[in-house]
Design a protein around this ligand. Structure first.
Ligand code: FES
Length: 155
């Protein structure tokens, strides 16, 4: 068993808010991901069992959401928005700078396990483009110099 009793209880509690437990799928995946970093196949099966869903049903939810990771990721995931406003205002320059600075391409994790670089669709702050998230923090009007200030000597 990968889920611990507290996580199972938290998932059951979330599921109790809905007429059908599967409605709590995203919350359940988030609870499990907070504790384990990502959602392995085995973990997915355990969550599906708690919710009374098939693993395939839960997997379709998990793979739909960019913030649920079905592969191992670094301690902090950098999500750079590559939708149109950010793309027009320099998202690709930022992506290139990050790849050079951290030595990783899209979908890759730094050797020290610190950062993973992933694209994400519009974060809803197009007036402050380019936008990216590092872990839980969202950064606005980002350019390579600002990235250097945020990430310090990393890389
Ligand atoms: Fe990047 Fe909307 S296009 S925040």
């Amino acid at each position: 068993m990968i889920l611990n009793p507290d996580e199972i209880q938290a998932i059951r509690q979330e599921a109790g808010h809905f007429p059908h437990p599967s409605a709590a799928a995203i919350e359940a995946l988030n609870i499990a991901q907070q504790g384990h970093g990502w959602i392995s196949d085995e973990l997915l099966k355990e969550i599906a069992d708690v919710l009374g869903m098939s693993p395939a049903e839960l997997d379709s939810v998990a793979t739909f959401y960019n913030l649920i990771y079905r592969r191992p990721v670094g301690k902090r995931v950098i999500h750079y928005c590559n939708s149109v406003s950010c793309w027009m205002l320099g998202a690709e320059d930022n992506r290139r700078h990050l790849s050079e600075k951290l030595g990783i391409g899209l979908g890759e994790t730094t050797g020290d396990g610190e950062y993973t670089l992933l694209p994400i669709v519009c974060l809803g702050a197009c007036d402050k483009a380019p936008v990216l998230m590092i872990g839980d923090e969202t950064h606005f009007n980002v350019d390579p110099a600002k990235l250097d200030a945020i990430l310090g000597d990393t890389g």
